[in-house]
Design a protein around this ligand. Structure first.
Ligand code: AMP
Length: 272
């Protein structure tokens, strides 16, 4: 497995590959959720490249950039075992320059929900994914439905910038108890993990209710009854293009939650 530490090395490496490239961008501290993306990429491509980069520009001041879990050596082991060909782990200094050209997330869909509570977050995500796509030049890139709004915006960037890359969407991987896997779950104490579980429970309840009723207010009331989080930021109902909806549309609805449990901010969603 090649460890590629600079954009120049990664560019040269990806250029040298003769075949399709599956690319999995991550921030590391790899868990079985990431592994599903890697497995799918392995199945569908001649070569697999994973990036591990805790991207500073997508963190807002006061967020957990410095605290974000970094486990490079064990991540390398996980990648090796999963049959990854190349791991790209650049240094921020090699990715960003001073006073550079900036990318802006769309005014509406980049600034609602996650973008409202983390203004500028998606500017940073799109900035770095754009760079990564240009360096790796993948045939296919793999993203999780867990970050549904990010996935939507990346698909929009593909269209708006005419990237010739296929985006592959992967179902959210959950623990046995239903909690969506996230690198940030390690911040949760046992007590807070129990509280966090009410997020997936309430989404499951919403999915069940939506089989029979399409009244969002009713569903929301039941979700709030189940939730035992410390601070609920939003429960939202949108269609697959992130337009707000006022009734459940079977086959075209995403229900999303963002909440704090203790100091840990968690997001989850369910696709109806
Ligand atoms: P991250 O390292 O958190 O930036 O995530 C890297 C990629 O893995 C993103 O496309 C995420 O949506 C995806 N991902 C993270 N957690 C999960 C999960 N539990 N199930 C499926 N995909 C996930």
């Amino acid at each position: 497995m090649e460890i590629l530490k600079t954009p120049q090395k990664a560019l040269k490496y990806s250029k040298s590959l003769n075949g399709s490239i599956g690319f999995v961008p991550t921030m590391g501290a790899l868990h079985p959720g990431h592994l599903e993306l890697i497995k799918k990429a392995r199945d569908e491509n001649d070569f697999v490249i994973v990036s591990i980069f805790v991207n500073p520009t997508q963190f807002l001041p006061g967020e957990d950039l410095d605290k974000y879990p970094r486990r490079l050596e064990s991540d390398f082991e996980i990648c090796k075992r999963a049959g990854v060909d190349g791991v790209f782990t650049p240094n921020p200094k090699n990715i960003y320059s001073e006073d550079e050209i900036l990318l802006k997330a769309p005014k509406i869909k980049g600034y609602i929900l996650e973008g409202f509570f983390r203004p500028g977050h998606f500017d940073g995500v799109l900035q770095v994914v754009n760079k990564l796509f240009n360096i790796i030049k993948p045939t296919r890139a793999y993203f999780g439905k867990k970050d549904a709004q990010q996935l939507y915006l990346i698909k929009q960037m593909i269209k708006n910038f005419f990237f010739d890359i296929e985006i592959v969407e992967i179902e959210t991987v959950r623990g046995k108890d239903g909690l969506a896997l996230s690198s940030r779950n390690i911040y949760l104490s046992e007590k807070n993990r129990k509280k966090a579980l009410t997020i997936s429970k309430s989404l499951k309840k919403a999915a069940k209710m939506s089989i029979h009723i399409n009244d969002i207010e009713n569903i929301k009331k039941e979700m709030i009854k189940i939730l035992e989080v410390d601070k609920l930021q939003y429960i939202a109902f949108v269609d697959r293009d992130f337009n707000y909806i006022d009734k459940i549309i079977p086959g075209n609805t995403i229900i999303l939650i963002a909440a704090y449990v203790g100091k840990t901010r968690l997001i989850d969603n369910i696709w109806i």
